[in-house]
Design a protein around this ligand. Structure first.
Ligand SMILES: Cc1ncc(COP(=O)(O)O)c(C=O)c1O
Length: 382
């Protein structure tokens, strides 16, 4: 079969390298950082993002997102910063949704003023909130949906239509959904970004990023990427390929567990509020239903003020109180103390992040064991 299209098959086979010499079942790993001079414009070199394994995995992730091309990076932040800088000049303006991953927000607030790039954060997540921010020098809109950590849902098609009318580009951080649950290019988005440290990697053991789009967009990103130098090392590229082979089944299991945990928490008296797009009580459940194939493995919840959320997190046994997310092992953290710690109190409040908020990343363990762990930690706090 020459060009498989089915998502599950693409996860396993897209972009794989043939082992011509030995006929091995998986892509050979080319560790070389130096390749024969081919008398071409760009020779193969790891920082040129074009070694055999780098190209193979870029092709694989592009196939999963329905994109023409892609680039992989040394981290999600390298992908985000390089892509934004490659598309902006001094004097340009860009619009961001208010509720963003803390690291992205820090990057914008710290770096953009130094390069003379203007930016606005929207006051809400409706398309009209983006429309209101468009100015003569606006070049693009950047969204993140579901958002980290409040799981807010932006209407992707509506925002991309707005941008098209205004003649500006759109970028999305699709990390929380993963390509299994959401394919924004099919909804008109120009550039999709992933922290591949999360679902694409999926085992909490690699740090990587990816950018997907048309060939010309990716060429533009590459023009800055080769200067900024955030490429991914060969062995990590190879591990990433190995991880993506099981992406579909991992994420399906995580979707299922997240929904079961959200249903469970919604009926618990020690939980004030659950944030999960798969719940009917989520304010944008209907939009999520329209644009997502699954509701994802991430949820957040607010614990009642009588319980110390930090002690609750540290009291968990099986569920790891760790920084990152999307691994096959369930984990939980306080956004206030970790992912969004560098934001001011005012910024956190505007995003709805309180000290009682817990962000939960569903793994693939038994749902009964996960519930028992939540309840045993709760018992120790009361
Ligand atoms: C939604 C989102 N985007 C981007 C990033 C940054 O990714 P990385 O840590 O791989 O640089 C993160 C990290 O937590 C994230 O949660």
């Amino acid at each position: 079969m020459k060009n498989p299209q089915n998502f599950k098959t693409l996860c396993v086979h897209a972009g794989e390298l043939k082992d011509e010499k030995f006929g091995g079942a998986i892509s050979p790993l080319y560790m070389s950082s130096s390749y024969a001079f081919n008398n071409v414009e760009i020779n193969q070199y790891p920082r040129y993002f074009n070694t055999p394994n780098q190209r193979g995995v870029s092709e694989k992730i592009a196939a999963l997102e329905g994109a023409d091309a892609g680039l992989i990076f040394g981290s999600g932040m390298a992908a985000i910063s390089t892509t934004l800088l490659s598309h902006l000049n001094s004097g340009d303006h860009v619009i961001f949704q208010d509720d963003l991953y803390g690291g992205t927000r820090n990057f914008i607030q710290y770096e953009f003023p130094r390069y003379g790039i203007e930016f606005s954060f929207t006051s809400g997540i409706k398309t009209a909130d983006f429309d209101r921010e468009i100015k003569d020098n606006t070049k693009g809109i950047y969204i993140e949906t579901p958002s980290n950590p409040s799981l807010k849902i932006i209407d992707i098609k509506s925002v991309s239509n707005l941008a098209k009318k205004a003649g500006i580009w759109t970028m999305i951080d699709n990390t929380f959904a993963s390509p299994v649950n959401q394919n924004p290019i099919s909804m008109g988005i120009d550039i999709v970004i992933h922290s591949a440290t999360k679902y694409l990697g999926g085992h909490s053991d690699i740090c990587a990023g990816a950018v997907l789009g048309t060939k010309s967009t990716i060429e533009k990103v590459f023009s800055s990427a080769k200067n900024l130098g955030g490429s991914l090392s060969e062995y990590t590229v190879w591990l990433l390929e190995r991880s993506i082979k099981t992406l579909y089944i991992r994420v399906q299991a995580q979707n299922t567990n997240a929904k079961l945990i959200a249903d469970f928490l919604e009926n618990e008296s020690w939980v004030e509020r659950v944030y999960y797009p798969g719940l009917k009580s989520h304010p944008n459940h209907n939009i999520a239903k329209m644009q997502m194939k699954g509701f994802g493995g991430m949820l957040s919840f607010d614990i009642i003020p009588e319980i110390d959320s930090k002690k609750f997190l540290l009291g968990l046994d099986l569920i790891k109180p760790t920084m990152s997310l999307a691994g096959i092992e369930s984990s939980a953290l306080s956004p206030q103390l970790t992912s969004h710690a560098l934001l001011t109190e005012k910024e956190r409040i505007s995003q709805g992040i309180s000290s009682q908020m817990v962000r939960f990343s569903a793994g693939i363990e038994s749902i009964e064991d996960l519930k028992s762990d939540l309840l045993q930690s709760l018992k120790n706090q009361i």
